[in-house]
Write a protein that binds this ligand. Structure first.
Ligand code: ZN
Length: 138
């Protein structure tokens, strides 16, 4: 029978742009869920952050942030900046995506060796970021 289990991971970010590795916290939730086979959704309920999976290598993490800054055109004169100085972060969140899916097989989250799971902060520092981990399966 299909079950659904979830936990919320609380994160405080300390920089405007930052990658926060949540891989091991997500894997602990999968373990606690007791679900052996199914799907794990990692979701950030935020309009100015995103979720990605890639290598935890400091140079690459800096490169990703450099790319995100260029891609979202941080210094452009965006209309939203008139009311809230973070249009670039909304654009990043909308286009990078706020969630990723992972298979759960034999009680383990399936990911590549170089696929760690990160919250992408684009409008920090923020004390109240959250990541929902939802596991569906049996
Ligand atoms: Zn805004």
């Amino acid at each position: 029978m299909c079950r659904i289990y979830h936990e919320v991971i609380n994160i405080s970010t300390s920089k405007r742009f930052e990658l926060i590795d949540v891989t091991y916290k997500v894997e602990e939730v999968v373990k606690r869920s007791g679900i052996r086979n199914g799907i794990c959704i990692v979701f950030a309920p935020h309009a100015t952050a995103a979720i990605i999976a890639n290598e935890h290598e400091p140079g690459l993490m800096d490169d990703l942030i450099t790319f995100i800054k260029e891609f979202t055109q941080v210094s452009r004169d965006w209309k939203h900046n008139i009311i809230d100085d973070n249009a670039h972060a909304h654009i990043g969140s909308a286009l990078i995506s706020t969630h990723r899916l992972f298979p759960v097989i034999n009680g383990k989250l399936v990911r590549g060796t170089w696929q760690n799971i990160f919250l992408v902060e684009m409008d920090g520092p923020r004390p109240g970021r959250t990541v929902y981990v939802v596991i569906m399966g049996e």
